[in-house]
Design a protein around this ligand. Structure first.
Ligand code: COA
Length: 373
């Protein structure tokens, strides 16, 4: 058995950003347009008018200030209300691959290894750009990596579940060096016309190199253990899929063909599930929460993270103990906890423990206990 370690991480951040004020101005213009179009039905009491969104609400309810996106123009155009991406030919890299390769190169540089040494690529994300061939295999080709590659989707927990898969294979010796990459184009599955959720997501890609501790060339985080759990829930759901065309009303512009959630229920049910999961993981490893130097949590909602941090540590987390990045990136699905880890882990000292923890649709929760070396 080998000891798996994280030796490098990388983040691809799209250049374009949308502030809450910009987003709200566009949403309100769309709402006004729809209300004008539906004036007669509204007047007759047949439908409710669309209500305006508000930047104050968004920040207070979520902690989000802005999001990075691949296409600002399409999202903000009240006549479009979704990203518009260039059509790509089959012989050019897909969008997910392009983002992934950028993040992977940064992670490989930090790990000081060449892409050709990688013998496993896992593309773990909430949405895949196509059904097949696997996006991971295209990333493998573009990087010049060896071995094998596959896609996996566990929604917001894709990154931690991917890390468990990679760490287990490195531990067992079936692979020597793996990269887990999370290109999340969340703007593609978000319903920008729905006031309840239009502010939630942003785009990003993260990558993490996992290899044997003994092979590490610089400072690294040993993966002590991982733990994954799932419990079925319809509270976060997207009904889009390959059978869409086969169903009588599948092709219509239906609300459930994009991200849907019952945010309040998610909040109430997921906070205790995640806290209990992390505490049980730590207890089984004989590590007291007091011994944790840092929590890198899933980045969906600031209050949610405050609750979880307090429950796990048994006190209000101090400044920097539980860093949030969602104010700048919004919810980037599985990539969120990895962005936090990538940006806020350099200052840990040898022997320090931390936990990367993701949670979301499924429900799913994944925790990765690491120790700095
Ligand atoms: N602008 C202004 N008001 C808004 C609004 C907006 N954009 N969106 C909703 N509101 C209104 C609602 O209509 C509601 O009004 P009402 O009280 O008159 O009915 C009120 O604000 C509260 O809405 P609610 O949806 O209950 O807000 P919330 O406090 O639960 O916050 C979320 C919403 C989504 C931010 C929050 O529930 C959340 O983050 N949940 C966890 C989600 C999560 O982790 N998901 C994982 C996704 S991968």
């Amino acid at each position: 058995m080998f000891k798996p370690a994280i030796t490098g991480t990388g983040v691809f951040t799209p250049d374009q950003t949308i502030t809450n004020d910009e987003l709200v101005a566009s949403f309100n213009a769309y709402a006004d347009k729809m209300n004008a179009q539906n004036a007669a039905a509204i007047e007759a009491g047949e439908i409710e008018p669309m209500q305006h969104s508000s930047s104050e609400f968004i920040y207070k309810a979520s902690g989000i200030k802005q999001r990075h996106v691949l296409d600002k123009e399409g999202v903000l155009n009240p006549d479009v209300m979704h990203p518009q991406l260039r059509q790509r030919a089959d012989d050019e890299p897909s969008v997910m691959t392009e983002m992934a390769v950028d993040a992977c190169k940064k992670a490989l540089t930090q790990a000081q290894i060449d892409a050709s040494e990688i013998d496993l690529v896992i593309c773990a994300a909430s949405n895949m750009e196509r059904a097949y061939p696997a996006v991971a295999i295209e990333i493998q080709k573009e990087l010049g990596a060896g071995g094998f590659a596959f896609d996996m989707n566990v929604a917001c927990s894709s990154a931690t579940f991917g890390l468990q898969a990679a760490a287990d294979m490195v531990r067992a010796g079936s692979v020597r060096k793996a990269i887990v990459v999370n290109p999340e184009i969340c703007t593609g599955h978000l319903e920008w016309r729905d006031r309840d959720c239009h502010f939630i997501f942003g785009d990003v890609a993260t990558a993490t190199v996992v290899e044997r501790s003994e092979d590490a060339k610089g400072a690294f985080f040993e993966i002590i253990s991982t733990r994954c759990a799932t419990e079925f829930s319809n509270n976060i759901r997207n009904n889009n899929g390959f059978l869409r065309r086969s169903r009588p009303d599948g092709v219509a512009d239906r609300r459930d063909m994009q991200f849907m959630q019952n945010g309040r229920k998610v909040f109430k049910e997921v906070v205790p599930m995640v806290s209990a999961h992390m505490l049980a993981h730590l207890a089984d490893e004989g590590i007291a929460p007091d011994n944790l130097r840092r929590l890198w949590l899933h980045q969906a909602n600031k209050s949610m993270n405050d609750f979880i941090g307090k429950k796990v540590l048994g006190r209000t987390p101090e400044n920097g103990e539980q860093p949030n990045i969602l104010q700048d990136y919004a919810n980037t699905s599985s990539a969120g906890s990895i962005i936090a880890f990538s940006k806020f882990s350099d200052d840990l000292e040898s022997g320090d423990y931390g936990v990367i923890c993701s949670f979301g649709a499924g429900y799913s929760v994944g925790s990765v206990l690491v120790k700095r070396h």
